[in-house]
Structure formats: C-alpha cells, structure tokens
Design a protein around this ligand. Sequence first.
Ligand code: CO
Ligand code: CO
Ligand code: CO
Length: 304
Amino acid sequence: MDRHTLLHIGDDAGAYEFNGSVWLQTVDFITPTVNDPYLWGAISAANSLSDIYAMGGVPLTALAVVGLNNCELDKSVFKEVMRGAVDKLREAKTVLLGGHTIDDKEPKFGLAVSGIAPEGRFITQKGARPGQLIVLTKPLGTGILIKALKEGRLSQSDIEDAITNMLELNERASKLMLGAGATACTDTTGFGLLGHLRNVCKNSGVGAKVEFQRVPTYKLSVSLLKEGLFPKGAVDNLNFVREILKTSLEEWQLILLSDPITSGGLLFTIDREYESRLKEEAKKLGVDFWIIGETKEDKQIEVV
Ligand code: CO
Ligand code: CO
Ligand code: CO
C-alpha cells in the first residue's frame, strides 16, 4: 500500500495520497454571523466546505464541530443550526457522518470536511506566476456588516445581498477556476483580501498589483467603515501585510481590503490569454467574477 502526504501545512486543505487517489481534508468553525440560527448553520457549512472547493476538490463527508452554551441555549436553537448545515451539505452532495459538541460560553459552529481531488489533480497557493490576472468571485465587507449586525446597527434584512453571497457555495466558482485554467487558488475566508493575497504571493514567490476601484465591495460596508465601524481583526490583518505593502491609498481603503471575510469567494490567478475563456465559463456557470489586478515579479503588494 502506498500512502503519503502531498502538501505541507499552510494551504487551504491538506492533501493525502492513498493507493493513487488524493484525499483533501480541512476544518473550519466560526462564531455566530447572523441572528437566525438556521442561516448561521448554513453559512458556517458553506464557509467550511470552501477550502475543498479552493483546491478544486469535491467534498464527500463532514463532521460537525459544535461549541454551545448548554445552560443558556435553547435546544431548538441547536436544532436550527444543524438543520441549516445539513441543508447546505445536501446542496453540496456531502454527507454528515457525525460530530462532537462541547460546552462553550461563546457559541461556535463548523465542519471538518473530507473530499477528493478528481484525477489526483488539485490547485494550491503555490502556482501563481508573474504577469497573470488576479480574479475574485465575491465582494468584500462582510466582517464590517456582521459587526454592525451584532451591535444592532443593522438588521438582517439590510444585508440580504451579503447573506445570499455568504450562503452561496464556492462549488461553481471552483468549476470556473478550473475551467479558466487557474494555476493558483485560495478562498478568501477570515483573513482579508490582502492577507490571502499575501499568502498566495509568498507561497508562489511573486508580488501583486491590485486596483482598488476594481475590487467589489458592499456599499453599506463602505459607509459604516467611514463612520469608524470595523472589526479589530481588519487592523490585525492589515498589519500582517503592511511590511510588503506599497500604496498611497487612504487607511479606510486598506482596512476594507483587510476586512475579515466569512464565506468569501475564491481568489485565483490565470494567464492573460485565458481572459475570454474565463468570461465564457462564468457565463455558462452563472458565476460573478472581478479581475482586480495582476501578479508581478517584484515581491511587494502594490495597491493603487
Ligand atoms: Co482557505
Ligand atoms: Co480554512
Ligand atoms: Co488552495
């Protein structure tokens, strides 16, 4: 029997080869994003499945990771969270095999997901080359919107577009990424666009130039940010990339690009000549995409 690890820790999912087939494994769990427990469960599931899609893989099975405040929380809330997750898993044709629950003051929910890389082929964060186009498939700003929701500044109905996007599986985006010939990919989840881009650049040994005007954002998140409302994580994310950042943009713009994203889109690089193929595939699959910049040889991240 032949078995070995194919990737070092640090990519979106781990990859392990067993008798010629490649298994992908990942785990992700988050604190509540929206007030509705059904939606929180479904968003968490989409968020957890995302790492498999970022590798171009197919998710097959999942285990629930649950932290709940047993004293305060009603059992019906837990049922709704699970119902949301199971519905989302069904959409992803992924089976829930079980899970584990612990008592936790701050509720947490997520999944450990296993999948396969079809024909043993998968996309990592290491394959970007200078001069490629950088593509993103969902807008930024969910971290700001979730914080505003938690503080009671917004209601769920104010951010329906963001909720729809967070609920959306990256399954079709993954097909787009593969179909357009991506050489590197990651999902923008938790770390901010700049943080994820830094990882792709660092792992691939390239730099990037991003055009702020081309980056999709939620309008409401921009106005809240200008009023000074943003999660502390955005500043941490920004500080993480600052040393390789070259920019004359204003601080709020950089914070927006560093906003911690929940269930964000895929970020991938393709050769320039595949731009028309990208457009065709996106139309066929019904996926939105934005070309936000390009990779370059010099290892800084330039934002203009
Ligand atoms: Co990831
Ligand atoms: Co992850
Ligand atoms: Co990846």
